[in-house]
Design a protein around this ligand. Structure first.
Ligand SMILES: Cc1cc2nc3c(=O)[nH]c(=O)nc-3n(C[C@H](O)[C@H](O)[C@H](O)COP(=O)(O)OP(=O)(O)OC[C@H]3O[C@@H](n4cnc5c(N)ncnc54)[C@H](O)[C@@H]3O)c2cc1C
Length: 316
């Protein structure tokens, strides 16, 4: 009773690449995206590490190129948010996934989850407004844009320390702001951090506010031990409070790790046959556009093999 071979949930780099590959393989595909195509790319000013763009490319331009190529291959993108997925099997032979949105229900053989993740905010004034204008959640992406400038890093875990070390390669000075009197990061990282002359750790300190109108000019901070407030000027604020995967709608359907990331096997299959996951919603080591695209292609290939086997059909 399936109307489509495959539904892809999320039109970020992972989903759009999966869509391109599945469509070119001749599958009957529908993509459901709750916002606009592009995913996190849409909110990223400049991308300098995606191969093929030596001059860099704006996130929105790259998003549009991904979308256009997938649509040119025949992909249909529908603006709807997936709320729930249910397994339906009325008889031994008849089985499908029912994918439910606010507007309607789709019956599908196979699902690719490409719903991404979003950086956790620290929820201080002007954080949202200045994102992409000095506030960043990705050192690999934006670090080189702050060459010889002063920047602030917020956090105290491994990610914050690793990224502070990376950012110190570009910045004039890195102030690591941490709310406690000790870091949660590995000892080795802590030693390297303390030995770096460009890095200054502000202990027992929290960011109260990000300063700036058009772009970041500084932060207002508070020493939590003394309640003393001050301002620190900087051009960039890098926040590493972790990422939250967009996976609430599949809780209880597929296995997730403790933070909600989808776990898969090497073939990108989740704990449920016929449901694959790729990109930032999946538990993986490097969350970048290039890895999301690679996994999108791999998930499409795995989905195609699954549907071939299920239907006994082969594509062109
Ligand atoms: C500020 C910032 C800058 C970055 N810069 C770079 C960079 O320079 N280079 C680089 O390689 N990487 C960069 N990254 C990382 C990169 O953006 C991500 O790794 C990449 O976008 C992941 O792609 P994805 O398709 O897995 O997820 P996403 O891009 O997050 O896309 C997921 C899509 O799924 C949709 N969705 C979610 N839930 C549902 C649902 N229930 N129903 C329908 N749709 C849904 C979302 O709306 C979204 O469009 C940056 C990240 C951030 C936050």
């Amino acid at each position: 009773m399936s109307e489509y071979d495959l539904v892809i949930i999320g039109a970020g780099p992972a989903g759009l690449t999966a869509g391109l590959y599945a469509q070119r393989a001749g599958m009957k595909v529908i993509m459901l995206e709750k916002l606009q195509p592009g995913g996190l790319l849409f909110w990223t000013e400049t991308i300098e590490n995606f191969p093929g763009f030596p001059e860099g490319v704006s996130g929105r331009e790259l998003a549009e190129r991904f979308r256009a190529q997938a649509v040119q291959a025949g992909l249909t993108i529908v603006t709807q948010e997936v709320k729930q997925i249910v397994w339906v099997q009325p008889t031994e032979a008849l089985k499908w996934y029912s994918v439910k949105t606010q507007e309607r229900e789709y019956n599908i053989h196979c699902v690719i989850l490409a719903s991404g993740a979003h950086p956790k905010r620290i929820n201080v004034p002007r954080e949202e407004m200045l994102t992409g204008k000095g506030v960043s959640y990705c050192a690999t992406c934006d670090g080189p844009l702050f060459r010889d400038q002063d920047i602030v890093v917020v956090g105290g875990g491994n990610a914050a320390c690793e990224e502070a070390l990376y950012l110190a390669k570009f910045a004039r000075k890195v102030s690591l702001i941490h709310r406690r009197d000790r870091l949660r990061a590995d000892q080795l990282l802590q030693q390297r951090l303390k030995a770096n002359p460009k890095i200054n750790i502000l202990w027992n300190t929290v960011v109260l506010e990000i300063l700036g109108a058009e772009k970041v000019t500084g932060v207002k901070i508070e020493d939590v031990a003394t309640a003393k407030r001050s301002e620190l000027s900087c051009a960039g604020v890098f926040i590493f409070a972790g990422f939250k995967p967009n996976t609430d709608f599949v809780k209880g359907l597929v296995n997730l790790d403790i933070q909600g990331f989808i776990t898969t096997d090497a073939n990108l299959q989740t704990s449920r046959p016929g449901i694959f996951a790729c990109g930032d919603c999946r538990l993986r080591a490097l969350a970048q556009i290039v890895t999301a695209c690679g996994e999108g292609a791999q998930a499409a290939q795995a989905a195609r093999q699954y549907v071939d086997q299920l239907t006994g059909r082969t594509y062109a």
